[in-house]
Design a protein around this ligand. Structure first.
Ligand code: HAM
Length: 443
């Protein structure tokens, strides 16, 4: 709601500006996508896909649904069972892929889907795309964590060059500066490529065999299904155990190591401060090589404002040509909390002028002036109900107008209006034609 939305707009316009400077074009992907996209892209074993997606069956035609239902009943030894919780799962399994839909939990998979669908790889060079919009995850809502939240994100497709990793991070840092956030940490890691990661996962699995029974139930399961996720565990008692586990950064193959070293040395060369964080493996399966996050101390528990990294295999995973990629998403809700805490960026478009009129004959010229000032792009307010001057000035104050313009019978006669600077109290007379210029100069 206003005035907060003013701040959201300022942040978004800074984002549009910076993306334009780095030559990104905006992409708007659908909010509804096929469930299969995220299962394949984000990974069936991830928290997002397993627990957090809002998915539903869209039975395009009811007859078909009834037919499928009859088929299930026929198969089931006890038809009544199919009425229970099992029905939904049974139907889900038999319905065609294009009828299983999900409210997008993130946009990277969608962007890569669009890249493949529209053969953007035929255009040569790298494709740089950005998006701003709502995402949906099933969460227990709390400060900084919502079921519908907003991301500002960017993706670059078509280059493996580590300098692009650095450019993407540099752009983020510049954006943070522009919106006035100074207190943040850039955490960075490499999760290697599928080859060196496979070797590391074997080492990790081995190490976990000895300790997993002392860990939380989730970790015990992950130790077998997806050992990398153990490193994300937040359970206090598990932390000392996790600290001693082998680290992926020590198991990179020579190419991945070289890539990571080029990224970090170039970050250093550009004066971008980072912290290598070996446990930063990120909660999505598509990542390869560089992963990064930006956290902010101003945010308390939900302190990750940005998550990102490379995903060199994602295009192939989604049926496209081999295409390396890198990108990030800023959690806009959390970013706004940090922007508010920093208190540098202010909501845009404050009220420039409040026009006060006194006496029936003054309403028409007052309205004319309001229209002229608005046409010049100034933010102007007028009340059409007549008010005593004291009350009207109170309204101007409450609306935090920068100037009040007072038009009474006397002003009308002299052709000069009173203009009052609401902050300083300074008051002068101006001809209507000179007001726009005067106000613009003073704002
Ligand atoms: P992610 O880490 O899942 O990455 O989300 C990025 C950011 O979105 C988080 O750091 C956080 O600020 C915000 N966020 C996530 N969930 C919530 C929530 N429930 N409420 C509020 N904010 C939330 C991705 O989504 C990847 N697509 C990032 C990426 C782009 N990697 C490569 N390209």
């Amino acid at each position: 709601m206003p005035p907060d939305t003013g701040l959201w707009q300022r942040v978004e316009s800074e984002a549009h500006r910076i993306f334009a400077a780095y030559h990104y074009g905006e992409i708007r992907t659908p909010i509804l996508e096929e469930t299969a996209l995220f299962a394949r892209g984000v990974g069936a074993e991830t928290d997002i896909v397993m627990k957090e997606m809002y998915s539903f069956l869209d039975p395009l035609d009811l007859e078909q649904l009834v037919k499928k239902y009859a088929e299930i009943q026929e198969r089931e030894a006890q038809p009544q069972r199919a009425f229970g919780a099992g029905l939904k799962d049974a139907l889900w399994d038999v319905m065609p892929r294009e009828q299983k839909l999900t409210l997008r939990p993130e946009a990277t998979a969608s962007v890569v889907r669009a890249y493949i669908e529209h053969s953007l790889y035929n255009q040569g060079g790298t494709q740089k795309l950005y998006y701003i919009g709502p995402m949906f995850r099933r969460e227990r809502p709390q400060k900084g964590r919502y079921r519908q939240f907003y991301q500002i994100g960017a993706e670059v497709l078509g280059s493996q060059n580590p300098l692009l990793d650095v450019e993407v991070i540099e752009m983020l840092v510049l954006f943070f500066e522009r919106v006035g956030i100074r207190e943040y940490q850039l955490l960075i890691n490499s999760v290697g490529c599928p080859q060196c990661r496979a070797a590391y996962l074997e080492v990790l699995r081995q190490a976990l065999q000895d300790v997993k029974t002392t860990m939380c139930a989730d970790c015990q399961r992950r130790a077998d299904t997806n050992p990398l996720r153990v490193l994300d565990c937040k359970v206090e008692a598990d932390q000392p155990i996790i600290e001693k586990l082998p680290q992926i950064i020590d198991h990179l193959d020579p190419e991945c190591r070289q890539h990571f070293e080029r990224v970090t040395s170039e970050l250093q060369a550009r004066g971008l401060v980072y912290q290598i964080t070996p446990r930063l493996v990120r909660g999505l399966d598509y990542y390869t090589r560089t992963t990064f996050e930006i956290t902010s101390g101003a945010l308390g528990a939900q302190n990750a404002v940005v998550g990102g990294g490379r995903y060199d295999g994602l295009s192939e995973m989604l049926g496209g040509p081999p295409t390396p990629g890198i990108g990030f998403s800023i959690g806009q809700d959390r970013l706004i909390l940090a922007v508010q805490a920093a208190a540098v960026l202010q909501p845009g478009n404050p009220l420039a002028v409040y026009v006060v009129w006194m006496g029936g004959a003054t309403l028409a010229p007052a309205s004319r002036l309001v229209r002229e000032l608005r046409a010049q792009g100034l933010s102007v307010e007028i009340d059409y109900d007549s008010m005593k001057i004291k009350k009207a000035m109170g309204v101007a104050n409450k609306l935090q107008a920068r100037f009040a313009i007072i038009i009474g019978e006397g002003e009308l006669a002299s052709g000069k209006y009173q203009i009052k600077n609401m902050a300083s109290g300074e008051q002068k007379e101006l001809e209507p034609g000179g007001i726009a210029e005067y106000v613009k100069e003073k704002l």
